[in-house]
Design a protein around this ligand. Structure first.
Ligand code: PLP
Ligand code: COI
Length: 339
């Protein structure tokens, strides 16, 4: 079968692929789960996921290597983050083995949809954990669905490795101090829809969120973490309990230090002190590494390296990260799972 897909221009849009994995939690345990062709979830109208947001999701990717094999990048980290999120929302943890086997099964079953090596695309996997069943009080569900579906994707931000611009949100936060910012729950994204829309309407790629307590420090770049390269070549990324602990960010912290020989740290990134950075970017599974051209902060517009060219260290980090993900660069121990 030949698929009628324009691999080079995928963007980030839903596609209904032939197979997805689904498992059910009932009477205190997970069943084995399995693949299904049914792309519709069947759940009670009173499911806590629908009313009270008792749900969580993940995002990870499968990559086609030059020799046409398929591999996943750090799926164990996504499994662990989903377990942390589950604990925060009183949901049952999905065991790492179930998570990874489900991810592999979905990739294998839809292998024709993993974009070719040369296209620059990948297969995005969306694991989802939802509280279901007949509950109407504000309390945890007794039953849960865990599913993973997938779709081929390209760039999340339009520019790819071309820088795009962002705007600081002062009227809206995505998360509260001691809230659920560090958990990957839908409510955080619901809160980001309005500021995100306003940013797009004003011509920016997305919103820069500040720390909700003081509005002085950068926290997130839309659905991605922030990083900057200081003028004396240090990789710096925000540290805060209300940002999502990005697996890409932790991978870059490691690669900056161990492969590029930079100092690398997490710490405060004051929005009024951007002068110290020579480059900046957004990082995440969907965003990969997206260079930040400029940031609009009130009346102040700050340009980092350039509005049109990616900076040299951001490019090196990109080459190292994507090289590992696509099998061209030797990965640190345990980062790659062959499918
Ligand atoms: N921050 C937010 C709010 C996100 O939604 C994501 C996406 O998962 C990230 C950061 C990046 O995390 P990761 O690198 O694990 O994909
Ligand atoms: C990801 O990078 O996997 C994300 O979850 C971002 C997404 C909300 C599009």
């Amino acid at each position: 079968m030949t698929l009628n897909i324009d691999w080079e221009n995928l963007g980030f849009t839903y596609m209904n692929l032939p197979y997805r994995f689904i498992a059910h939690f009932k009477d205190g345990q997970w069943d084995n789960g399995g693949l299904t062709e049914d792309a519709t979830l069947h759940l009670s109208e009173s499911s806590p996921a629908l009313h009270y947001g008792q749900q969580a999701f993940e995002g990870l990717k499968a990559y086609r290597t030059k020799s046409c094999e398929i591999q996943l990048f750090r799926p164990d980290q996504n499994a662990e983050r989903l377990q942390r999120t589950a604990r925060r929302l009183l949901m049952p943890e999905v065991p790492t083995e179930l998570f990874i086997n489900a991810a592999k099964a979905v990739v294998k079953a839809n292998h024709q949809y993993v974009p070719p090596y040369e296209s620059g695309g990948s297969l995005y996997l969306r694991p989802l954990l939802i509280g279901v069943g007949d509950v109407i009080g504000v309390q945890p569900a007794q039953e849960y669905i865990f599913t993973i579906f997938a779709m081929p994707v390209g760039n999340y931000f339009k520019g790819g490795l071309t820088p795009t611009n962002f705007i600081v949100s002062r009227d809206f936060d995505r998360a509260a101090p001691h809230g659920t910012g560090a958990a990957k729950v839908g409510g955080n994204y619901a809160a980001s829809l309005l500021p995100g829309q306003k940013a797009h309407d004003a011509g920016y790629s997305d919103v820069i969120y500040l720390d909700p307590a003081t509005h002085t420090k950068i926290e997130e770049v839309g659905s991605a973490n922030f990083f900057g390269i200081t003028k004396d070549n240090e990789f710096v990324t925000p540290l805060s309990p209300s940002i999502l602990p990005s697996i890409t960010k932790y991978s870059l912290l490691y690669l900056a230090e161990h492969r590029l020989g930079l100092k690398a740290s997490e710490g405060d990134v004051y929005v009024d002190d951007l002068e110290k950075f020579s480059e900046a970017g957004a990082c995440g599974t969907a965003a990969v590494i997206s260079p930040i051209g400029g940031i609009q902060n009130g009346d102040n517009y700050h340009v980092f390296y350039s509005e049109t060219e990616v900076g040299p260290i951001t490019r090196q980090l990109y080459n190292e990260l994507v090289g590992i993900q696509k099998g061209d660069v030797t990965a640190p121990e345990g980062w790659i799972y062959k499918v």
